[in-house]
Design a protein around this ligand. Structure first.
Ligand code: UD1
Length: 413
């Protein structure tokens, strides 16, 4: 699958942000914590959600959809999710928490997802061990077993989003109280905690670095609407600034995109925050800036690639340091095919601005790299052809329609 992007257009008008991919994936998985029906509103039509739906069905749950609303009625009859599904998406690792908590044993193959360097799972496993599980690794699979999960004090060496979520789900049905110290602060972690609490869970202080979870015997059904996607919003914000446009982005929680807003302002764009929307406009030149990715509320690693595309068009040199993932500069190579001047030194990229990018044949290597190439394509002179565009559809609902609705000219090839 490919996308053909015609360059040199400006984005104008309005765009509506969908539900957060990184919130809805763990929330759908957490529906496994109860055998009662859970109803999720505003479910985005993205490929990662399709894979999670298949995983839930593969485990024995029934999943039905009507008008953007997804109902999950869980019964876990299979504790070994299908490898073909698991390998497609890193978030499948989050199945461990609910399966272990409800069935006391889980077997899962090491998961896949975006190719962005080594992504170990040691923090998840150490946490499960602290809750009383025995862990075995065999033939590319992880097996976790426990007679009963028992609350404990868990310290995370790094505030991993996935480990915090996995352990929160397991601890929600453990005996006694669990503390997760150095927990991730991401809004998606808070949303998951709010969802579990709606199911009758007792999770306190999610969004701080010490989360307290009082285990419950059982959880019940509920309805829930997850938060809007801050990375999708950030991507449209950068696209608006990159094209020298003027775009109103609706259904955004401005607090969640503070780091993106700050960096856009520093680079010369105008960002106007409203209650649930943001307007981004750029009239002057793009100024070079310094960026370092960090856990929330720091600058998100999931916005790094889009900013690299944007900054390739400044009048000076920008420096981008990737401190969250080991190898997340694959898009640099593709941007250079479009004329960008980027030098990678370890975890730092030096982006020397060039007058103009030129359309080229490029390849999306992962989800956000694909978004970066779309932004570059919109800025470039001529047409850009992005191969492997299925990566983009993993996380952006109706991206072609949304951008074309704001004046872009993009076709699916
Ligand atoms: C989540 C997001 C992803 C985002 C990332 C960081 C989802 C579905 N995905 O991924 O979009 O880029 O947060 O904001 O929500 N690590 C370990 N050991 C572990 C776990 C993680 O060393 O057991 C390391 C990772 O290799 C990485 C860092 O911690 O270098 C951050 O990973 P983590 O926060 O766990 O990211 P994910 O939950 O995989």
């Amino acid at each position: 699958m490919e996308l053909l992007v015609e360059g040199k257009g400006t984005l104008q008008g309005e765009v509506e942000i969908s539900t957060s991919k990184n919130a809805i994936l763990p929330i759908l998985i957490a529906a496994l914590l109860s055998e009662e029906e859970v109803c999720i509103h505003r479910v985005p039509e993205i490929n990662d959600v399709e894979i999670v739906k298949k995983l839930l069905k593969n485990l024995g749950a029934s999943v039905s959809k009507s008008q953007g609303q997804l109902s999950v009625k869980s019964f876990i009859s299979n504790i070994f999710p299908d490898y073909e599904l698991v390998r497609q998406i890193r978030a499948s690792l989050l199945l461990m928490g609910p399966i272990l908590a409800t069935r006391k044993t889980v077997k899962i193959s090491l998961p896949g997802g975006c190719a962005i360097g080594t992504r170990p799972i040691d923090l998840h496993l150490k946490g499960f061990e602290a809750l009383g599980a025995r862990i075995k690794l065999s033939g590319g699979n992880v097996i976790a077993q426990a007679r009963e999960l028992q609350g404990n004090h868990i310290y995370l060496d790094f505030p991993s989003v996935g480990a915090t979520e996995n352990l929160m789900m397991a601890a929600a049905l453990a005996q006694g109280t669990t503390f997760i110290e150095n927990a991730a602060l991401e809004p998606e972690v808070v949303d998951l905690a709010n969802f579990i609490n709606r199911m009758g869970g007792s999770i306190h202080r999610a969004g701080s670095n010490l989360i307290k979870i009082e285990g419950r015997k059982r959880l019940h059904g509920c309805t829930y609407t997850p938060i809007p996607d801050r990375i999708e919003a950030g991507t449209y914000m950068v696209a608006a600034a990159a094209t020298g446009g003027n775009l109103l982005i609706n259904n955004v929680i401005p607090e969640h995109v503070k780091a993106t807003s700050a960096k856009l302002v520093e680079s010369g764009a105008k960002v106007e925050e409203r209650d649930k929307s943001i307007r981004v406009e750029r009239l002057g030149p793009i100024k070079p800036i310094y960026i370092k990715t960090l856990p929330y509320p720091g600058f998100p690693t999931d916005m790094q690639a889009q900013f690299m595309a944007y900054l390739s068009h400044t009048s000076g040199s920008s420096v981008i340091t990737e401190s969250v993932f080991e190898n997340r500069f694959m898009h640099a190579q593709e941007l250079m095919r479009m004329g960008a001047n980027i030098k990678i030194e370890g975890r730092t990229a030096i982006v020397k601005g060039v007058g103009c990018l030129g359309g080229a044949q490029v390849k999306a290597t992962d989800l956000r790299a694909g978004a970066a190439l779309l932004i570059a394509g919109l800025m470039a002179e001529g047409t850009t052809c992005i191969a492997n565009s299925h990566h983009i559809d993993r996380g952006y609902e109706n991206i072609v329609e949304k951008l074309n609705g704001a004046g872009a000219k993009i076709h699916r090839g």
